[in-house]
Design a protein around this ligand. Structure first.
Ligand code: 13P
Ligand code: SF4
Length: 320
């Protein structure tokens, strides 16, 4: 059995190998499907069978008839795939690919918080651990959060976890007053309002598109707010030619592919390295994907009890 070291298969890959070809070969041989989030590196997106946002990926994971699901994304996404399709072997290229947002909601603290508010139901963003999903009544993604919140009567008291920025955005557009868990995404909180405003002045015809995980002052400047799929679709169908993109830079690959005649400018972050890559998503590489398929490791393993309990709120979301 191959060595797993530091969360991934520790093996030297022959530099002469054409990894695209090898990955395609292994996928066929093992009846495996490669699902990739839009935040993955372009080479991974190009070898994937399906590229999508969190909702699309969960739906694909649920309905696939492949024997192996290789999930090029972060841990909570691969975990969700396992919960939805437990008979399949679910692999992740690097077990360390976590999520700052999911990590900002530790189960014990959240469970205590929930106990302090016994009249509230819990709606959790899919960017959370299986333990938090178990403590939730229904899961949502940035694609369906508004619809799911609005499906509950106005008087229903709601805890929204873990993203305070997405929660505040939903509160604003639905007129609700959900109690927000104080979590956030390190990538979407990095954008600089000052630099974005300057960029808008320099590019007066550009539209600012933003993910709802961004902070309120950024969202206030945005011409369009939506999930990664919704943003992508907006830039594809809108007749403007220039867009400032306030989300993780991986999405630019599909934007440029879909609209080669348009200009996409990554929104500037408030640090000096001008980098708004997700450090967790970017742990996955083509080499790790090849090795994960070759050795069928690292694998997501969950107990039957966790799968059974965490599945309920996710299925409730997918029924919408
Ligand atoms: P969506 O894929 O739902 O747009 O969410 C973005 C994200 O941050 C995933 O980690
Ligand atoms: Fe988590 Fe943010 Fe990275 Fe998405 S972009 S995986 S929310 S840290």
């Amino acid at each position: 059995m191959a060595q797993i070291k530091n969360g991934f298969v520790d093996e030297q890959v022959d530099v002469r190998l054409d990894l695209f070809l090898e990955i395609e070969k292994l996928k066929k041989e093992k009846k495996a499907v490669l699902l990739a989030h839009y935040y993955q590196n372009p080479d991974i997106q190009d070898v994937a069978d399906y590229i999508g946002d969190s909702l699309g990926l969960a739906q694909q994971a649920q309905k696939t008839d492949a024997d192996i699901i290789l999930f090029a994304g972060v841990h909570f996404m691969a975990e969700t795939a396992k919960i939805l399709n437990p008979a399949k072997k679910v692999l992740i290229p690097d077990m360390n690919a976590g999520c700052s947002l999911a990590d900002s909601c530790p189960p014990k603290k959240f469970s205590d918080f929930k106990k302090q508010h016994p009249n509230h139901i819990v709606i959790s963003y899919i960017n959370c651990s299986a333990e938090i999903k178990i403590l939730s009544d229904v899961i949502c993604t940035s694609s369906n959060a508004v619809k799911i919140v609005e499906s509950f009567p106005k008087e229903q008291a709601i805890i929204f976890a873990p993203d305070k920025n997405l929660g505040a955005y939903i509160n604003k557009i639905t007129g609700r007053n959900m109690l927000l868990w104080n979590g956030s995404c390190e990538v979407h909180e990095i954008f600089s309002l000052e630099k974005i405003v300057k960029l808008k002045i320099q590019h007066p015809n550009a539209l600012l598109v933003a993910h709802p995980e961004c902070e309120e002052p950024i969202l206030e400047q945005a011409d369009f707010i939506g999930s990664t799929s919704a943003i992508l679709n907006f830039t594809k169908t809108n007749n403007k030619k220039e867009f400032i993109v306030a989300t993780e830079t991986g999405i630019l690959h599909q934007m440029i592919k879909n609209s080669p005649d348009k200009i996409f400018i990554p929104a500037p972050p408030n640090n000096s390295c001008a980098c708004n890559d997700c450090p967790h998503m970017k742990l996955n590489t083509l080499e790790k994907i090849y090795l994960a398929l070759k050795h069928e490791q690292p694998e997501i393993i969950l107990s039957e009890t966790v799968i059974e309990q965490a599945k309920k709120p996710i299925l409730r979301m997918l029924e919408f």
